[in-house]
Design a protein around this ligand. Sequence first.
Ligand SMILES: C[S@@+](CC[C@H](N)C(=O)[O-])C[C@H]1O[C@@H](n2cnc3c(N)ncnc32)[C@H](O)[C@@H]1O
Length: 370
Amino acid sequence: MARASTTTARQKSSSSLDTLVEKLNSFSADNYWDLGKFLVEKVVPTALKEGIYSEQILKKMAEVPGFKFPFQMLKQCQMFYTYYPNVEKKPLPEIFYFELATKVNDSKQREAYEKMAVQNKWTISDLQKKIRDDELARRSDERTQYGFELKEKTIWSFDIPDPRFGKSGVKGRLPGQIVANALFYYTKPGARIVDPMAGSGTTGDVVEGTEFLSDRKVKMYDIEPADERITRANILQTGIPEETASVDYVFLDAPSEFFSQTNGGAASAAAAKAETLLKFKTITREASRILKNGGRVSIIAELVTGSFGVIDYPFEISMLMKDLGFVPIGKVYLPRHGSTRSKVIHTEGIKPMISDCKELLTFEKAAIIS
Ligand SMILES: C[S@@+](CC[C@H](N)C(=O)[O-])C[C@H]1O[C@@H](n2cnc3c(N)ncnc32)[C@H](O)[C@@H]1O
């Protein structure tokens, strides 16, 4: 019995859907307002009567074979009629209100645009341009509210280094926006930061030049200091001149030579890999020593490819960190900009590609549980 009544309800619901679909198909595709009116006055009440949301019925209809309106368009028409049920009494042509209803969420903002359009005798293109420009400006304000371009996803790509951070012309200089994002995500206010291979002093510039990060305290070292803020130290020989367990964050940007490609065969690749990993073992052990429990280290690493295959340094370094008792907490991709070309034509072995993405790996020193 129950089954029979369910079947009848289903049949009834599919036949009312068919009727609505048929009706809607008779609308002209550019008659947005009439379409919206029909959706609001007929389709939505039917959906509610059947206990489904209006969005669900629009989706269902859009899936019916032969139905001519895509879901997104139905939604736009519904919004258009909802916001402007008296569009014919409005001072501007209909298309302006369709644009406003579908592009501007805030009702006050819609009114403001309408006023501007009337006063300045805008064309529809003027209105579209103004809405687009305002949206771009709003997004850029959001991204730069911390004083640098904040990235919200795990690919941090910057075409041009922020000129405020680092010295142009210094080899290996990193776009300061990368350091700023790393400090934003991986350090807390007041953190003690060490950059043991500071190069052009980008980390110091970011902290000094960004109000949001200015409460961090930075110590910088380099084998060849670029200015007086950077203390001379060969960290591979003397270690990092900081007390044990005194630091919250280490930013490690080793020279690209550490990852340089070997053009020899498998034996020389294995030797180069062993040498690089030995250097990283020394540096990461030092980073681990100076970090407090719960402290973090970010390391820039990259893949190396050659006719011998691949040396996956990000993976190898992750293994070193694991052995030191660190847990991974972040992985970000840093695409390279500018052209890089292979100089060697390989005749044997695997045809190598050039890695065009570095990785920023971040690890946390696990607290020792006693
Ligand atoms: C890739 S650069 C760092 C660039 C820096 N992040 C910037 O934005 O300018 C690597 C730096 O490591 C330094 N370096 C290389 N070997 C070192 C060592 N054994 N001890 C300390 N610094 C070293 C180099 O002098 C170079 O400045």
